[in-house]
Each structure stands twice: as C-alpha cells, then as structure tokens.
Ligand binder design. Structure first.
Ligand SMILES: [Zn+2]
Length: 306
C-alpha cells in the first residue's frame, strides 16, 4: 500500500512539474516566408523562438507554389514574418488554408518587415501583375542590404513583442548583439568594396539595387526586360551594346536565373558572370545572414578587380 502511494505521489509530482514547466519552456513558433527573414528572426528571438521558413534560398521567391506543407507550418504558428511589397504575397493563399487566427492579416502576430524601408526602383508609371511585372510597388529585395538590418530587426522586435511582451528586453538585447557583430563586418565589407566603388554591373533579375547602392556600385541594366519578364532579342542586343560601350565587367545572376542566357550575354559583352547568394542558402557556405553577405561582397569585389 505504502509503495503504491509513493508511486502515485511521484506521478502527480512529475505531472505538476511538467504542467508548471511547459509554458515557460515552450518556444514561440514563428514562420518566415523567406530564409533571410528566418535568419534575422533567429538573431532577434534567440532561444525564445523556433523559426521555420516557407521557401529556400535558391528559388524564385516571387513564384512559390503553395503546398499543404506550408499550411501545416502556418497552422501551428504564433507569428508570421513576411517581406511585403508583394514579394511573398503567395503566403496569403497558404494562410487561408492554415485556419489559424494568429497569422491572418491584421493579427498582432503578422509582422511585415518592410515598414520604414525607403523603397527603390518604384515604377514611375502604374504597373500591375496583369502586365507581368513582379515589382509593382518597387524593388522588394531590400534584405540583401546589410545596412537595412537595423530597420528590419527593429520591426521583428516590435512584432515578436506584440506576441510575447514579456520578452521585449531580451529581443532588444539580442538585436543589439547581432547589430554589433554586423557593424564589425560592415567596416570590413566597406573596405573590400572601396577599390571597386563606382564600377558598373548588369544584373539578371533586378534584385541587387539595395546591395549595390550600399557599396557605391552602379546598376547599368537588367537582363530581364522588366522585373519578372523574360528578355526579348532586341532588348538583349541593346544590353550587350550598352555593356560594351560602358565597360561593364560583371553580370550578376542568382541560382534560379537562366545560367545559359546569363553566360551568353556576358560572353558577347566581354564580361564575367557572377553567381551571388540572393538569400541565405543561395550558394554553398552562405548559411547565415552574415556569411551570405560576406560571400556576395568578396565574390563581387574579386570579379570587379582589374
Ligand atoms: Zn524580384
């Protein structure tokens, strides 16, 4: 009898511990639409968050096919971090299938990190998706500029704090630590880019303007006719001529672009192709936010050096 009572006590004690310990131990479940935002949310959230992403760094983030696996991830999420500016608007379809009030547009857990970003390449005429243009609100690829990380991470701190106000101080502390690390790299990156400042480059898809502007490089043209629209032969002829006239030495492309076409254009113009990490995970070794930017800076500077 006594042994039985002891056993019962042990079970009750174990259950009580679990019940008391569980809420504190449970991490916030966050879903980010793209890998850069996963990386930056992890930097801010640290041990308090468990972050998953809906796309990989090698694919075209504009054109994601919505899958049931996305809905499953969103179903259990406490918060959703999105890029905005229509880059990841496909997430709305996934949210519809997720049946989770936490991630429905307007909910406190939906964090749009484009707030406060000065958007570049905003079209001067009205465009929309029916014309095939995938940047109708301007260029949405701002996460490639490490100089914008303070704004992005501030939006993440604010968003996560809406969901878990008790952790705001920790989020803010984590952000400061991360920005401190980034600052050190920024000084090094600026130094590496200094000798090639003012160089002109051509890009395949217009997704590099924030990165190029940060380091004083100039964008001389795009392989695509307009954002997301495959080039016409006439456009390519004009582009090659421009590259020759202006002495463009490098054509930047991403893993999801047509590598054959990039190579052909570069060869005709007497330039090199440069494959860069369009996002975390975009190329081998670019597995963190800082290492992706580091790869891009060093690879491009090397290609442009005389
Ligand atoms: Zn784009």
């Amino acid at each position: 009898m006594r042994r039985w009572i002891f056993a019962l006590f042990a079970i009750v004690a174990a259950l009580t511990l679990t019940a008391a310990g569980a809420p504190a131990a449970r991490k916030l479940r966050v879903v980010a639409t793209i890998p850069d935002l996963k990386a930056l949310t992890e930097a801010v959230g640290g041990d308090l968050v468990d972050v998953d992403t809906l796309s990989r760094g090698t694919v075209n983030a504009h054109e994601m096919e919505v899958r049931p696996s996305m809905m499953l991830k969103l179903r259990k999420a406490d918060a959703l971090v999105e890029n905005g500016l229509e880059l990841d608007m496909w997430v709305d379809v996934a949210v519809q299938g997720a049946n989770n009030a936490n991630v429905v547009r307007g909910a406190p857990g939906v964090i749009d990190i484009s707030r406060g970003i000065s958007v570049l390449e905003v079209p001067s005429v009205r465009v929309d998706r029916s014309m095939g243009d995938v940047h109708p609100l301007g260029n949405p690829h701002y996460s490639l500029d490490p100089g914008l990380a303070p704004i992005i991470t501030q939006n993440i701190v604010d968003g996560l704090s809406r969901v878990a106000p008790e952790h705001r101080t920790t989020f803010e502390h984590n952000r400061q630590v991360f920005l401190g690390q980034l600052d050190q790299h920024m000084a090094e990156w600026t130094k590496i880019m200094e000798p090639v400042k003012g160089s002109k480059v051509v890009v395949y898809h217009p997704q590099w303007i924030y990165f190029l502007a940060r380091f004083g490089l100039l964008e001389a043209g795009w392989v695509e006719d307009r954002p997301g629209i495959p080039p016409s032969p006439q456009h390519l002829v004009r582009l090659v001529r421009k590259m020759k006239d202006e002495g463009v030495k490098a054509l930047i492309y991403a893993p999801w672009n047509d590598q054959k076409l990039a190579t052909r254009v570069a060869e005709e113009a007497g330039a090199k192709t440069v494959l860069l990490a369009q996002m975390v995970g975009g190329v081998k070794g670019a597995d963190s936010y800082i290492s992706a930017i580091d790869y891009n800076v060093k690879t491009l500077a090397k290609a442009l050096r005389p």
